[in-house]
Design a protein around this ligand. Structure first.
Ligand SMILES: Nc1ncnc2c1ncn2[C@@H]1O[C@H](COP(=O)(O)OP(=O)(O)OP(=O)(O)O)[C@@H](O)[C@H]1O
Ligand SMILES: [Mg+2]
Length: 326
């Protein structure tokens, strides 16, 4: 079966100015292939700067890839002009990290949640309000009629994020990218919001790309975990496989860096591996992780980039340690 979202060999570069006449290319996404099936949740984990947000945005065609392709529901949309993306824009939505900046302070909750419907010309005014009401109830802002006339400043961070989720779901999308949806919510509300997202995802059969720093929360939320490092996916598999039998030295480091069972602390960002912070402006040759890798093999890892290999069924790693085992 073909996936709903199919990314192949995706490359995204940014050009950052370093001087008056000089720019450097930032290899934010450096050759990623990833398929997300209808109704599936894939968690994308990795350190800051590894390219998670950029990959999510490229999958929504919010940034144009330099090469590779983005397919949605069998259709190649890599270079489709905006006017041909209307149907896609309706079916693919985003939930953003920051519930404070993602809502217009001058719009009521009703306006915020009805807006996507109005943009897509869906329903009459009365129908739009009905759908907004239902979306608010879905995200447990109940009774909806109390929340509809409210302005964002009256809402807590968690409630604002629920409005953001309602806004994304009101179009009944088939694919949603949730980029660190709880990292700016106060700790006591995070787990509840994640469970809400998981329930909505399951109820409506939405394919989810859940972007997070936190491999532990990914475990309870995702059908598969993809670990990203410096623009590449270095490991992918079920949560049990990736968390209990991590293959890639980077994944192992990522898991060891989360000793904290308290979910309130767990979600906080922490440095993963000691050593120099990698730069996407100057990615190393060979395996992107080799300069920091405790299992570095000279004469091999620095020469050519390893590709993802299926080490056990459904569990892939891009590492020369497993080169001869398949
Ligand atoms: N608009 C941009 N212009 C220039 N460089 C960018 C831009 N957006 C991202 N980058 C760079 O691309 C790389 C990947 O960034 P990205 O935001 O995708 O990482 P991330 O994994 O989402 O990080 P974080 O966990 O901090 O959100 C980084 O080196 C970042 O500095
Ligand atoms: Mg990000």
């Amino acid at each position: 079966m073909a996936g709903l979202v199919e990314l192949s060999d995706l490359v995204v570069r940014f050009h950052a100015r370093t001087g008056l006449f000089r720019t450097v290319a930032i290899h934010a996404v450096d050759g990623v292939s990833l398929t997300i099936e209808a109704g599936e949740t894939v968690a994308l984990v990795g350190e800051s700067g590894s390219g998670k947000t950029t990959l999510g945005r490229a999958s929504l065609r919010l940034v144009r890839p330099a090469s590779g392709s983005v397919r949605f529901d069998g259709r190649d949309i890599t270079d489709a002009p905006e006017r041909e993306l209307k149907g896609f824009r309706r079916q693919a939505q985003a939930i953003f990290q920051d519930p404070y900046s993602s809502l217009n302070p001058y719009h009521t909750v009703r306006e915020a949640v009805e807006e996507p419907l109005a943009v897509h010309g869906i329903g009459t005014a009365a129908e739009r309000t009905d759908r907004a009401r239902k979306a608010l109830e879905d995200v447990q802002l109940r009774p909806a009629d109390v929340f509809l006339p409210m302005y964002p400043h009256l809402l807590s961070g968690g409630q604002r994020q629920r409005v953001g989720i309602a806004r994304a779901l009101v179009l009944e999308p088939r694919y949603v990218v949730a980029d660190e949806p709880v990292s700016m919510i106060d700790a006591s509300s995070r787990a509840e919001l994640l469970y809400l997202l998981r329930d909505l995802q399951a109820t409506y059969g939405i394919a989810f790309l859940y972007v997070t720093h936190d491999i532990a929360s990914a475990r309870h939320f995702a059908g598969r975990i993809a670990v990203m490092y410096l623009g590449s996916i270095v490991e992918i598999g079920t949560p049990e496989a990736v968390v209990e039998r991590p293959l890639h030295p980077y994944t192992k480091a990522l898991i060891d860096a989360v000793p904290e069972p308290d979910p309130a602390n767990r979600l906080r960002e922490r440095p993963v591996v000691p050593g120099e912070v990698p730069s996407a402006a100057d990615p190393p040759a060979g395996c992107p992780f080799h300069p920091r890798c405790p299992r570095f093999m000279a004469g091999r890892c620095e020469l050519q980039r390893p590709t993802l290999r299926e080490v056990e069924p459904g569990h892939y790693a891009a590492c020369y340690l497993y080169e001869d085992e398949t």
